[in-house]
Design a protein around this ligand. Structure first.
Ligand code: PMP
Length: 389
């Protein structure tokens, strides 16, 4: 079969960064008791009330083709949400419902790039970014956000990379680093975007999970709404990862073209899951806080467990569901540390290198197991690192 270059080079030839995760899963299937701190998925399931709304919607007939751009009620609810959060007047015409945030990322990149166009993204990065850029024929170009600068990108680094690029993909609150971009960082990004005429794709799927500071959408900055796509999702905010409901919000001129893309790709998202998402949004901010609370709590547990030692430095995690641990004092790479930790202590964490070389010498912890084993695991990791250091 003569497959396209585009599809055979999605991973860029390197590993997809999930080797350790796969190794841990294999050990589990062989009967080992492994503490998994790898995957960004809640340890709770979708709330029963949301499932009941889904069930009722399906029984009520929402099982046929749904409107391709999404059902009006949900698009309106997302528009209201974005208007409130960004101060930018947003109507349902600016909103398309997608199969999770991931499909929105793909659509936004498809809208921004032609074959061979460059998209900038910030290193460390969420694992799918370079592959998604390549999936639309784009060329991914990483811009380092230094660990010693709190993993925040700077104007200088972005400006130096931006000549000739067409798009810039950002993510705050950030996976894997937990960094939350403040106004100054966002202003610097906006300045680069304007200077180099970039389309900004702002992945805000963790916008309800901020533990320090506040979530600011770059779309709310002056002159940015006309060049910004916002990617959102029910996955993280409402513990609905498997329902695959997300959205893409963008300027009027783009949305008709994007609708053509959706018509010719997914042809819509299941109506009963959209109805469930609408119901879930209606549960309001109190529910979203409830979903985020365990991560806030576990972050505090980890901070406490890591006090008074210096083999591990906890980079300030301001949001999302992850911690990034600086293990450079042990002299090991993130890959070697994670592998040794798995083999010797049966704890699986993600090597920082899986998220780009800017996170080398770090490991990412997903705070997605219950508090007590979580706290024990952090203490165990600290003892393990102290031994090595
Ligand atoms: N962006 C980021 C930063 C993520 O961490 C994830 C999921 N891990 C996604 C997008 C995609 O999420 P979904 O497709 O479930 O909305």
């Amino acid at each position: 079969m003569r497959l396209s270059n585009t599809i055979t080079t999605i991973t860029g030839g390197g590993s997809d960064g999930w080797d350790l995760f796969i190794k841990a899963r294999k050990m589990i299937s062989e009967g080992h008791d492994i503490t998994e701190l790898t995957i960004g998925e809640h340890d709770i399931k979708t709330d029963t009330r949301i499932l009941e709304a889904m069930h009722a919607a399906a029984l009520g007939g929402a099982t046929g083709y749904a409107m391709v751009p999404g059902i009006d009620d949900l698009r309106n609810a997302v528009a209201t949400r974005l208007t409130a959060r960004t101060g930018v007047p947003t109507t349902l015409d600016n909103v398309l419902i997608t199969a999770g945030g991931q499909a929105a990322l793909f659509a936004a990149l498809r809208a921004a790039l032609d074959e061979g166009d460059t998209a900038l993204y910030i290193n460390p990065y969420y694992a799918t970014y370079p592959g998604t850029i390549r999936s639309v024929g784009g060329v991914p170009k990483a811009v380092t956000a230094e660990a010693d600068n709190g993993f925040l990108p700077t104007f200088e680094a972005l400006d130096a990379a931006a000549a000739g690029a067409k798009a810039l993909l950002i993510n705050s609150p950030n996976n894997p680093t937990g960094a939350v971009y403040g106004r100054d960082t966002l202003k610097a990004i906006a300045a680069v975007a304007k200077k180099h005429d970039l389309i900004v794709i702002s992945d805000e799927v963790y916008d309800t999970q901020v533990w320090e500071g506040e979530h600011i959408s770059i779309r709310s900055l002056e002159g940015m709404s006309e060049r910004t796509f916002v990617v959102g999702s029910m996955s993280k905010s409402h513990a609905m990862t498997g329902s695959r409901v997300g959205w893409l919000v963008g300027p009027d001129e783009a949305m008709g073209h994007l609708l053509n893309l959706l018509t010719n790709t997914n042809y819509g998202v299941a109506g009963f899951t959209q109805r469930a998402a609408l119901f879930a949004l209606g549960l309001g901010e109190a529910f979203e806080s409830e979903i985020g609370a365990p991560f806030q709590r576990r972050r505090a547990l980890a901070q406490k467990a890591l006090e008074g030692q210096n083999a591990i430095r906890l980079s300030q995690p301001s949001g999302a569901m992850y911690l990034i641990l600086d293990i450079r004092a042990t002299g090991l790479s993130g890959d070697d540390f994670a592998d040794k930790l798995l083999m010797e202590r049966h704890i699986a964490v993600m090597p920082g290198e899986s998220f780009g070389d800017a996170a080398a010498g770090h490991v990412r912890i997903a705070m997605t197991i219950p508090d007590t084993p979580f706290e024990e695991a952090i203490k165990e990791i600290a003892a393990f690192a102290a031994n090595l250091a």
